[in-house]
Design a protein around this ligand. Structure first.
Ligand SMILES: Cc1cc2nc3c(=O)[nH]c(=O)nc-3n(C[C@H](O)[C@H](O)[C@H](O)COP(=O)(O)OP(=O)(O)OC[C@H]3O[C@@H](n4cnc5c(N)ncnc54)[C@H](O)[C@@H]3O)c2cc1C
Length: 378
């Protein structure tokens, strides 16, 4: 595979968590895999994320498909992490302490109660907390926190460690990774293997997987009906330094922000949701709002050192669910559109896509995520 005339194996465009996890699972099964990455692997959305594996806290009315997928992925997470840590030799800081969603006044409380009832309807193991019960679990919460919902199923990883682990496991399994190698054109022709042009060379393989996150719809050469309908949804976030590892144990979701404490002492506070195209500015207003939101819920964050600020681009699809599977062109696959849930949905995506590619397996849930559900005209 790779440069030249050979047409074996799988070529993957994009080395985020999605491309690397699919590549790792394929390489583990002996498939020759090459990933072409325009920058450094994992440095886009996959590093910008907060690493929350949110089941209950991501429940949205009318987004049942997304919930089903996350539940499926969480069943896989513990074994996925075990396999990844032993294959890579890297720890990914998988934490099962859970999350608490809190309300700060009467309006928030009515909204939280409404969501809580929906979570119960979906049979999620959530528990209503009074303000005092929430403060018993997390003493740094503000005295005026009115109520909370404990979400024990909501776990987390350190996504930057996840990125490093996936890269190491993929390389150890025999995968090839070319960084700073931007795919400039995709060439698909009936009856011949897919090809791409990257770094001035032609790369050919039996199969091609498009996993370029927010950029998946932009690569030249793809006919419009094959281009996934994804757009960049900008998220700004920041990290504070906690004074001790037990400053906060649970992830906290407030009406304005979330906070995710990591075992290395970082407290990740996020995130804005902005339709700004690929604008990479980190703005004073966004950082101000994030800090204000964190301070309202946990007043003592006022004293914490500000460690880092950043932004990233969530690949958003039209229905907020990923776009996964085969296309109408033989050998051309798509795995993108993971929006706010790419870290939680990494294990299920890697499983579905590797089994589709190697075994032609198409479980019902995967069929429902097919690229054909959005057909672009022209
Ligand atoms: C602020 C923020 C917070 C988030 N928090 C969470 C969270 O708590 N939990 C969660 O589950 N999800 C979260 N997400 C979402 C999650 O980060 C994404 O869904 C996930 O990282 C998408 O992974 P990906 O591999 O598709 O994309 P990316 O990580 O963006 O990777 C795509 C890769 O493709 C490469 N590429 C693009 N074009 C080309 C080309 N032409 N040639 C070669 N390579 C190319 C890019 O350089 C990039 O490395 C968050 C996202 C943001 C921005």
């Amino acid at each position: 595979m790779g440069r030249g005339a050979n047409d074996q194996g799988t070529l993957i465009i994009g080395g985020g968590v999605i491309g690397m996890s699919i590549g790792w699972r394929l390489a583990q099964r002996g498939e020759p895999v090459t990933i072409l990455e325009k920058g450094q692997a994992g440095q886009e959305a996959s590093s910008a994320a907060a690493g929350m594996l949110s089941i209950a806290n991501e429940v949205k009315f009318q987004e049942d498909l997304s919930l089903l997928l996350r539940l499926e992925s969480m069943k896989l997470y513990p074994d996925f992490v075990g396999d990844l840590e032993s294959s890579s030799g890297h720890d990914v800081d998988y934490r099962t302490d859970g999350a608490i969603a809190i309300s700060l006044h009467a309006d928030d409380t009515a909204e939280l109660r409404n969501l809580y009832e929906y979570q119960l309807e979906k049979k999620l193991p959530v528990r209503w907390l009074s303000g005092n019960e929430a403060r018993e679990l997390e003493p740094v919460l503000a005295g005026f926190v009115v109520a909370g919902v404990m979400c024990p199923m909501d776990h987390q990883v350190d996504n930057r460690k996840l990125v490093e682990a996936l890269k190491a496991a993929y390389l150890r399994a025999g995968g090839e990774l070319h960084e700073h190698c931007e795919v400039e054109e995709v060439r698909l022709q009936t009856g011949s293997s897919p090809e791409v042009l990257a770094a001035g060379e032609v790369w050919r393989a039996k199969r091609l997987v498009l996993a370029a996150g927010s950029w998946s719809g932009l690569i030249p050469g793809l006919q419009s009906w094959l281009r996934p309908l994804v757009r960049p949804v900008k998220g700004q976030a920041l990290a504070l330094t906690m004074p001790s590892a037990d400053f906060l144990t649970h992830m906290i979701k407030t009406p304005d922000v979330y906070m995710a404490p990591k075992s290395d002492g970082r407290l990740v506070v996020g995130a804005t949701v902005e339709e700004m195209g690929f604008n990479r500015d980190v703005t004073a207003g966004a950082i101000y709002e994030l800090l204000r939101g964190a301070w309202r819920a946990v007043p003592s964050v006022y004293e914490l050192p500000l460690q880092e600020t950043w932004c990233g681009f969530r690949p958003g699809s039209r229905d907020n669910a990923p776009i996964l599977g085969k296309t109408d062109v033989e050998g051309f696959y798509v795995a993108t559109g993971h929006f706010r849930n790419g870290i939680i949905n990494t294990p299920v995506t890697a499983k579905f896509m590797s089994e589709l590619i190697l075994d032609d397996s198409t479980p019902e849930l995967l069929q429902r995520l097919s690229p054909s559900r959005f057909v672009r005209g022209g």
